[in-house]
Structures are given as C-alpha cells and as structure tokens.
Design a protein around this ligand. Structure first.
Ligand code: GAR
Length: 192
C-alpha cells in the first residue's frame, strides 16, 4: 500500500534559517503524521533551510530576487504541479498578494512570533520587551489578505523575564514554535 495514502500534501515557503521547516520535516517523517511535505520553496536561493529539504530529498526551489508577481506565478505553477493541499509559511518574510491567495484557493497557514493580535509585522520580541509585557509567545493562524489577522488555530505563551532581551526571548519563543506548528497542523486537519 502507498505509504502516504490519505496524507495531505503540504508545501512550505521559507526565507532563511528554516528551523520551523526542520521541525515540520521531523513531524512529517513520523509514521502516524497526517501530512506529506512534497515541496519547499524559498524566495532566497541561499536560504539555509533549503539544505534540510535537500537532506530529506524533498523537491525544493530557491528563486533569485525576482519580481513578486513572477515569484508568485512560478510558485502557483509548482503548487498545482505537485497537487498541494495546504501551504504552510515557516519564516517566509514576504507578504503574499490577494491574487495569490485567491488563485491558490486552498488553506494557507502561517507561524508568527507573537501572541496575535498583538505585534503584527516585524520586531515582535523587541516590541513585547519594550512594552514590559509579562508574556510573549507564538501563533499559528490562517493566512488572509489582511496581514497576520486570519483565524487563530493555536497559540502558546512564554513568560518574559526581567533579564530577557530580544535574542533570549526569540530563542524561547522559537522553541515553542517548533512544538506547536506540527500540533496546529494536526488540529487544523482534524477539523477540516
Ligand atoms: C520564526 O520565528 C517565525 O515565527 C518568524 O520568522 C522566524 C523564522 O525562523 N516568522 C515571521 O516573523 C513571519 N512574519 P526559521 O526560519 O528558523 O523557521
């Protein structure tokens, strides 16, 4: 029997380091996982994360800095070619256009390093510390045309300590990101 029968085909978009991609690959390799990662795309050919895809023999593309519309069209073609059911953004630092979201017409999930709706956009850790928040965390949400605003699937908090700086907080949040992204995908798929 086909090993991946019944699993949802997932594509992952990354821009750099790829530690979330690594954690998703780890989940995908589990016998009882609900997904098969069939495609990884980066808007940066030097993204370190592409190496994780290579190592796991996952088809991957790193596009040189091309116009956004060209990047999106090329990606749409690949998503179609590989019959992708769900797109997961994992440290993908470009904003997808409404046109792309509409044309793909399947779920897109994103991981964001804050307790949304707080701190949409960039520099989330520095902003949480500057505001003397007691907690930060990470959120997995559905991608819509409005930045970092779609339905929240899963969130987890971490305590911000007095001694924390943006670097130490990033490290703590990243640890929970790796834990909750696979869980969020499972939750999302179970509720489809
Ligand atoms: C992660 O912290 C992710 O939440 C964040 O970028 C980092 C990527 O790390 N994403 C965003 O800020 C999206 N707006 P990684 O490449 O090691 O997974």
């Amino acid at each position: 029997m086909e090993k991946y029968l019944g699993k949802k085909k997932v594509a992952i978009f990354i821009s750099g380091r790829g530690s979330n991609l690594k954690s998703l690959i780890k989940y995908f390799k589990k016998k009882n996982s609900l997904i098969k990662i069939v495609l990884v795309i980066s808007n940066n050919p030097d993204a370190k994360g592409l190496k994780y895809a290579d190592r796991s023999k996952i088809i991957n593309y790193g596009f040189k800095s091309i116009r956004k519309s060209i990047f999106e069209n090329q990606s749409l073609k690949l998503l179609k070619k590989y019959n992708v059911d769900i797109l997961c953004l994992a440290g993908f630092m470009k904003i997808l256009s409404g046109n792309f979201i509409k044309k793909f017409s399947k779920p897109i999930l994103n991981i964001h390093p804050s307790l949304l709706p707080k701190y949409k956009g960039l520099n989330t850790h520095a902003r949480a510390i500057k505001n003397k928040d007691s907690f930060s965390g990470a959120t997995i949400h559905v991608v819509t045309q409005k930045l970092d605003s779609g339905k929240i699937i899963l969130q987890k908090k971490v305590k911000i300590l007095k001694k924390d700086n943006p670097k130490t907080l990033e490290k703590k949040v990243l640890k929970i990101e790796h834990e909750i992204y696979p869980r969020a995908i499972k939750n999302f798929l179970s509720n489809l």
